[in-house]
Structure formats: structure tokens, C-alpha cells
Design a protein around this ligand. Structure first.
Ligand SMILES: [Fe+2]
Ligand SMILES: [Fe+2]
Length: 139
């Protein structure tokens, strides 16, 4: 495992963050009704978190000598609110897994600040997953 492997992994995370920012913005525009309004509010908060994650990853990839990606990961477009939230939950859980894995890689490479920050980001995504599960339980 090398610094290049870490940069590659962080760029996959960055592409996922750009994809999530676009997905939540897109879904905010598509949802309707009372539940839709609640979801829009949740997405507004989460988009701010994801923007912070994307900005941090961009900085750190550049600082490690890599080229930060600007290409978003693509996503499906379910019609129903339930389908959207289930998809979002899947993505959030996959982000938790990826940040946890990359935090371990950062630790092995002696990148202490990066390790801690990636663990905090894993915790943010885990909170997003919990928020989505709560709404899904009520649907
Ligand atoms: Fe994120
Ligand atoms: Fe998230």
C-alpha cells in the first residue's frame, strides 16, 4: 500500500461526494408533499456537510501531490421517495465503509490528521444514514 493507493482511494471518495451533492440537489427538486418538505430540509443540511467533505478531500489530495477529481460518481434515479431514500442510505453506508478503510490506510502511512479527519467524516456519513433510516421507518 502506497501514497498513490491512498490518493486513488480519496479520489473515489471525492467523486462519491460530488455525486451525493448532485443527487441530493436533484432529489430536493423532485420530492413533493409534506414528507417531501421534511426531506428537502434534511438534504439542505446534508449538502452542507458533503460540500465540506468535498472541499477537504480536494485540499488533501492536492497536498499529497495528486490531482483532485471534478467528475461525480453517477447514480440511479428512482421515482418514489422511498426508492430515493433507500438509494441514499446505500450510498451513505458505502461512504462510511470507504472512509473507515481509508482512515486505516492514512494511519499506516503516518498521516495522523488525515486519519482522524476521515474517521470524523465516517461519523458524519453514519449520522446521515441514521437520519435517513428514521424517515424511512415512518414511510
Ligand atoms: Fe460526505
Ligand atoms: Fe453523507
Amino acid at each position: 500500500m502506497s501514497k498513490e493507493d491512498l490518493i486513488r482511494g480519496l479520489n473515489e471518495d471525492l467523486a462519491a461526494e460530488w455525486g451525493t451533492i448532485i443527487r441530493y440537489t436533484y432529489q430536493s427538486g423532485k420530492v413533493t408533499g409534506v414528507v417531501g418538505e421534511e426531506i428537502r430540509e434534511l438534504f439542505q443540511t446534508e449538502i452542507q456537510d458533503e460540500l465540506g467533505h468535498a472541499a477537504y478531500l480536494t485540499d488533501v489530495i492536492a497536498d499529497l501531490g495528486g490531482e483532485p477529481t471534478t467528475d461525480p460518481k453517477t447514480f440511479e434515479k428512482p421515482d418514489s421517495i422511498k426508492g430515493m431514500l433507500e438509494l441514499d442510505l446505500e450510498h451513505e453506508l458505502s461512504d462510511v465503509e470507504s472512509y473507515t478503510k481509508h482512515a486505516k490506510m492514512a494511519e499506516e502511512l503516518g498521516e495522523v490528521e488525515l486519519k482522524v479527519k476521515l474517521e470524523e467524516m465516517a461519523a458524519d456519513e453514519s449520522k446521515h444514514a441514521r437520519d435517513l433510516r428514521r424517515i424511512l421507518r415512518g414511510l
